[in-house]
Write a protein that binds this ligand. Structure first.
Ligand code: NAD
Ligand code: ZN
Length: 249
């Protein structure tokens, strides 16, 4: 690491230690856990075009088709373990630096890493819901064996993971909690999000407007990099947190 990078890392570490930090995470933070993001050459989403499979209309019209994709998604999630980035964020919470993680992910890896306050903007795969009677079912592997898809025991309608499909509104409470958090935080760490999926993508702009410093980690530039980011680390999340650890111990 060169001197300039070292100084920058130290500045960021000191900033985080002052507390009032919120993290905003996207698909990129889970890439090193083996879960591919939407945009990119490899993986699940190049096989199943999310523009087609992740629409609520498609699910309503053809749940069987969408469940073929969902089964594979769940298998991918069940093999994935939290990586260093998830773990360090959980540790920051324990140390009292971090207020909450706001995530667009649906893979539960922040919780698996030990984070307690996790705001899930796009819902979660950890439960299934009946769109008819709204009954919820905790996700269990057995559901993946049911053909053509798991059904509600009350009304026999197809169950849908409690994840936000395109065309569905975001959970209201999560969204309002997220806006409250970014308005009052001192530092927002933005990790692995391209910043193009709205309304979630508004959050960093709102943080900046309210006076927060924006730290961004992404191997590629995002919509935020040249507009609101104060400290940009053009690298993988795992690499960033590995380097950062030298300034904590
Ligand atoms: P995105 O696919 O639009 O962008 C991912 C970003 O991560 C890109 O900017 C990419 O450069 C960056 N990235 C890639 N590897 C990285 C790494 N190792 N470290 C840090 N950054 C890395 O993802 P998005 O902006 O989160 O939005 C897409 C939508 O897809 C979200 O709604 C999300 O719910 C959903 N999604 C979730 C998962 C998951 O739960 N793990 C996976 C795929 C998609
Ligand atoms: Zn039902």
């Amino acid at each position: 690491m060169d001197k300039i990078k070292q100084d920058l890392m130290k500045e960021v570490a000191d900033l985080i230690k002052q507390g009032g930090v919120v993290a905003f995470t996207g698909a990129g933070i889970s890439v090193e856990s083996g879960i591919p993001p939407f945009r990119g050459a490899k993986g699940l989403w190049s096989k199943y075009n999310p523009e087609e499979y992740a629409y609520i209309e498609t699910f309503l019209r053809n749940p069987e088709k969408v469940w073929i994709m969902l089964r594979e998604m769940y298998r991918c999630f069940s093999e994935a373990k939290p990586n260093l980035a998830h773990l360090v964020l959980a540790e920051f919470e324990t140390k009292g630096y971090l207020e909450a993680v706001i995530t667009q992910n649906i893979d539960s890896l922040h919780q698996k890493a030990g984070s307690k306050k996790v705001i899930e903007l796009h819902g979660s795969g950890d439960r299934l819901v009946c769109l008819d009677c709204k009954k919820e079912y905790p996700f269990i592997e057995e559901y993946l064996k049911l053909t053509p898809y798991p059904k509600c025991e009350r009304c026999n309608k197809p169950l849908k993971p409690a994840i936000v499909f395109f065309g569905e509104p975001l959970p209201e409470k999560a969204l309002s909690q997220a806006f409250e958090l970014v308005k009052s935080c001192k530092v927002l760490i933005v990790i692995g999000t391209s910043g193009v999926v709205y309304p979630a993508a508004y959050l960093p702009y709102e943080a900046k407007r309210s006076g927060a410093k924006i730290i961004e980690i992404n191997p590629e530039e995002s919509a935020y990099t040249n507009s609101i980011t104060d400290y940009f680390f053009k690298e993988k999340a795992g690499e960033f947190f590995k380097n950062l650890s030298f300034f904590y111990n």
